[in-house]
Design a protein around this ligand. Structure first.
Ligand SMILES: [Ca+2]
Ligand SMILES: [Ca+2]
Ligand SMILES: [Ca+2]
Length: 245
């Protein structure tokens, strides 16, 4: 059986168990370093809203099927933001959606395509508009009060076609597939790197990155344990053999 390596870093008592004082001391250092880690690590989803998933081509008619998903810090007021679709052929604006909602506690905001009668097949939408995204090559901009905050270009752009996304285009996807940013809150400003095709779209649900817990674990647990290991090496094992087993 392989024991986790970290257990070997903890100072051990006479019966091989970590002593209470060592655990308390480790916890104090862990708390201090967790605080430092919190100061150093960027807060998740604290930045500007991002386009996190788009379904632009449903099997058959797209009417009432398409959706655009955004992620943003919970409570973000999206009034003043606009989703602007850009035609890859000529660069004209093919749709302009003036958002008005507030991002909920889950940090995900779902915008559904509505049919003329106001109905939609997109469940759980936060906002609805009657729009139809083209199948690409095209782009979708998220424009905030101070300008473009995110952009997605998708499809294969030929010479002379207008790519208004970031870096390289996201791939064209098959009907029924979506393009999803993965993780939903990571923005490397390169659509080809940031987006993947999802055969099973996830409107309203997003997978966020979690660098802070891993960093906190590293700084809060592993490093203090390492310090104690070094400290215990500096002192001779003076109690070894002093107590009977
Ligand atoms: Ca279609
Ligand atoms: Ca971006
Ligand atoms: Ca999603």
């Amino acid at each position: 059986m392989v024991r986790p390596r970290t257990t070997t870093f903890l100072p051990l008592g006479s019966h091989g168990e970590p002593t209470l004082s060592h655990l308390l001391s480790t916890a104090r250092h862990a708390g201090l370093l967790l605080g430092l880690a919190g100061l150093l690590a960027p807060a998740a989803a604290s930045g500007l809203p991002l386009i996190s998933e788009v379904l632009y081509d449903a099997p058959g008619s797209d009417d009432g099927e398409g959706f655009i998903e955004l992620v943003a810090a919970p409570g973000t007021d999206l009034s003043g933001y606009e989703l602007r679709a850009i035609n890859g052929s000529g660069g004209g604006v093919t749709a302009s959606l003036l958002l008005a909602g507030t991002v909920g506690a889950d940090g995900v905001h779902l915008i559904a395509d509505l049919r003329a009668d106001g109905s939609t097949n997109v469940a759980g939408a936060d906002e609805g508009f009657n729009f139809d995204l083209q199948n690409g090559p095209d782009s979708l901009l998220l424009v905030g009060p101070s300008g473009v905050v995110d952009a997605l270009g998708y499809g294969v752009f030929g010479p002379g076609e207008v790519f208004a996304g970031e870096g390289t285009p996201a791939p064209d996807v098959a009907p029924g597939e979506s393009l999803a940013r993965l993780p939903a809150d990571r923005d490397r400003d390169d659509n080809g790197l940031d987006f993947v095709a999802l055969a099973q779209p996830t409107p309203g649900a997003a997978v966020f990155s979690a660098p802070e817990p891993r960093m906190s674990l590293l700084m809060g647990v592993l490093l203090p344990a390492l310090f104690f290991r070094v400290g215990s090496r500096a002192r001779p094992a003076r109690r070894e053999g002093a107590l009977g087993a």
